[in-house]
Design a protein. Structure first.
Length: 374
């Protein structure tokens, strides 16, 4: 399949508060190698997408404070391929601005795809096959998502309820199906009920769509956001002064809303969203438990170490997730199923079962005015 009309957008935002104190405002999780692979999260994402559409068809939306670090990690990124955001405004604004500018440069019939900077995908070939089917569905006019197989009744992900097959309508996307609805993160019993039907897949937040289709949806569902984004896009390539003036004028007032809520959910109710199954292992590294699940065990007691394993000594301990970042030794005695993250200015100790609540601790520290360590 010819993909010369396909452009990949990498939204690289969010602090990753559930991975504090490793992930910080000035150095968020997508800039880390969280699996010891030798490549950071955003580098792995860029490599994967560049292998599908070429380096010159990949762009990044990120915060102004992270532009220098992103460029340092991605030397293959084009000069005009970074979209700096003055302040975070969630995924809709990030996707909309990149799409609007790319449409002005290359025409509004191009296909754009949004793929988060911090996802782990293990099979690049299978990922590419899913993207190609998603591009075919997007060319047919659908906003298309890639749905992941729900292998367990997880309460950490939203779900996609898949509808009838679209294979007859879109021959180049034989696995595509209409999306009946998107549903929020469920409780455990609801998640189990979803899993037992075989009709639900995890929502990984990957979206592929024609530029004119998504811009039309934005104008329809979030008209104020659309108007502001288009005002910025009109002057984006006229020079830094015009661009910054427009960003300063319009960006602070843009609604902070996720793409799922702004476009995918209302459009699915109108029958405008398709889903292509992702036939590859996927994880979004949402917390330290996620990292632990992807790292090899350092001993038979299932201790997971991100970093220098020589800095961790354990006795009668098991199931722990340890991040030694300071160079000093961490000694575990009779400690089971705990998270220990040791950084130069902050130490986190928490049960692994409460890894999702690390975000609440960040909120507590913020209340105490400890922004210096956030």
């Amino acid at each position: 399949m010819d993909l010369r009309d396909f452009y990949a957008i990498i939204p690289a935002g969010g602090v990753g508060t559930r991975l504090w104190p490793l992930s910080r405002q000035d150095h968020p999780k997508f800039l880390y190698d969280l699996l010891g692979s030798g490549r950071t999260m955003i580098q792995g994402t860029f490599d994967r997408l560049a292998g599908i559409c070429g380096q010159d068809h990949v762009v990044v939306s990120t915060g102004r404070r992270h532009v220098a670090q992103v460029r340092a990690q991605l030397p293959g990124l084009g000069e005009d391929a970074v979209f700096p955001e003055p302040v975070p405004r969630d995924s809709t604004a990030a996707i909309a601005l990149a799409t609007a500018v790319l449409a002005r440069r290359h025409g509004d019939r191009i296909v754009v795809g949004s793929f988060a900077a911090d996802h782990v995908i293990r099979d690049d070939k299978a990922f590419g096959q899913s993207v190609r089917q998603a591009v075919a569905a997007a060319r047919a006019g659908y906003v298309t998502t890639i749905g992941m197989a729900a292998s367990r009744p997880s309460t950490a992900f939203g779900y996609i309820h898949q509808g009838p097959s679209l294979a007859a309508e879109i021959p180049d996307a034989p696995d595509a199906r209409l999306v009946s609805e998107f549903v929020e993160k469920p409780d455990a019993s609801t998640a189990q009920a979803y899993l037992s039907t075989g009709e639900y897949r995890w929502n990984a937040g990957m979206f592929v769509m024609r530029a004119d289709v998504v811009l039309s949806c934005l104008e329809r569902f979030v008209p104020d956001l659309y108007a502001s984004i288009m005002a910025i896009a009109r002057v984006w390539d006229e020079g830094a002064d015009q661009r910054n003036q427009a960003l300063d004028e319009y960006w602070p007032g843009i609604e902070k809303i996720a793409f799922d809520y702004a476009v995918a959910e209302p459009l699915s109710a109108a029958g405008g969203v398709a889903m292509v199954p992702g036939g590859f292992d996927w994880d979004d590294i949402g917390d330290f438990n996620s990292i632990a699940g992807l790292l090899p065990s350092s001993n038979r007691r299932n201790i997971k170490i991100l970093g220098d394993s020589d800095r961790v000594v354990y006795l009668d301990s098991g199931g722990d997730m340890v991040v030694p970042e300071t160079g000093r030794t961490i000694a575990l005695l009779g400690v089971d199923d705990m998270i220990v993250v040791d950084t130069p200015d902050a130490l986190l100790v928490a049960p692994r079962a409460r890894s999702q609540e690390v975000k609440d601790m960040v909120g507590k520290l913020s209340q105490y005015g400890r922004d210096d360590i956030l």
